[in-house]
Design a protein around this ligand. Sequence first.
Ligand SMILES: [Zn+2]
Length: 392
Amino acid sequence: MKFFSFRFLIKLLVFFISLSLLLLLVFGISYYTIDRIQKKNNLMDIEEYSPISTLVVPQNPKTRSKFPFIDVHSHHWNMPIMNLDNLIEEMDSLNMKYQINLSGSGLAVFSGKQDLMDLNLSKSINNIKKNYPERFGVFVNLDLSKIGRKDFKLNTEKYLLNASKIGATGLKIYKNLGLNLKDGEGNRVKVDDDRLQFIWEKCAELNLPVLIHSGEPIAFFQNIDKYNERWLHAKQRPSSFRPSDKYPSFEIVMSEQYNMFKKNPKTTFINAHMGWYGNNLSKLDQQLIDLPNVYVEFGAVINELGRQPVSARKFFIKHQDRILFGKDNYNKEEYYLYFQVLETSDEYIEYFRKRHGLWRLYGLNLPDSVLKKVYHQNALKIFPSINSNLFK
Ligand SMILES: [Zn+2]
C-alpha cells in the first residue's frame, strides 16, 4: 500500500499550509474591511470612547484628607504575614490614622473551615499588636455554611467569644448571606433567618459592631440591555450580576436585611455601601429614621454621592452622626477622589472606575463639623478601643 508514501505526506502538508494561508488572508481582509467600515461610520465601543473634557473650571485635587480619618471598610487577606511598614507609610501620607481590616480571618472564609479562620484571625491580631497596635482593627468572619447543624449555635458562639477576647473589634458578614448561601437542605438562607438570630444577640452582648454587606447595586438585578445603567459592568464582570432565575430580587434581599436590623435594636450595625441605596437617598433617609441602631459607610459608592451633590450634601448634614468613612479595596491613589468629592465644590470630576458609572462627579463641599464626624468622630463612638488622642 502506498497511501502514506513520503510524497503523499508532503502533498498533504502543502495542502494544509495553503489552506491555512488562504483562511488567514480571508480573515485578515474581513477584519480590515470591518475596521474600515467602523471607522468610516464613526462606530466604537463604550470602553474605547474616552472623551477629554473641554470644560474649564477650577479643580482642587487632594492627596490628603483635611482631618485625620478612620477607614472602616478595608480588606487585607494576608494580614497574618503582611509587612505593615509600607501600608503605615501610605496611611500617614493620606492622613489615615486607623484602618479596619474586615477580612481578619483571611481567605479561609471561603473554604468553610472555622478553625483555620480562627488561626488566621489570631495571627492577624498578633501581627498588629507586635507592630502597630494603635493603627489597625480586625473583624472576625464566620463560616455560616454549617447553619443547619446541631452544633452550629454552640460553636459559633464559642468562636465569637474567643474573637472578642483576643481583640477582634467587630463582625463582618459577607454578601453570600441572602444571595448564595444555602443550608443543608439546599435552601437559600435569608438575611433575617431565625437560625442566625443568636449571632446578632451575641454581638450586642459582646459589644461587637456588625458590618454587613447585603445584596448588590439594584442594576445588577435588572435586565442586561441598553437601558441598564451598569451595562459596562455586565460586560466586564458578568458574574457580578444576579439574574432573576437564580437569585431573589433586590427588594426581597433588602427587606430581609431591614427586618433583621429592626428585630435587633440592641445590636450596632454598619450597613456597607450605604445599603446600596446611595442612588435612592430618600429611601435610606427613611431607614436611618426607622433604625437608630444602624450606621452606614460609603465604600465603593462615592460615584452615587458625587452625581447628586445637592441631595447628598443635605443627606450628610441631616445624618451627620450616622455616616462612617469606608473605601473598600485598598488603593492609596483612589482615596484622593473621595477627599475631593467630600471636601470641595469641584465640578465634573472624573471617576477612576468606568464600569461603576459613565458619569462625572461633583463635590459636596461638606462643612468642617460634618467632615470631622464622618472622618473620625462617629467611628470613635462605635469603637471605643481606638485611641482618640490620635485625632487631636
Ligand atoms: Zn468590602
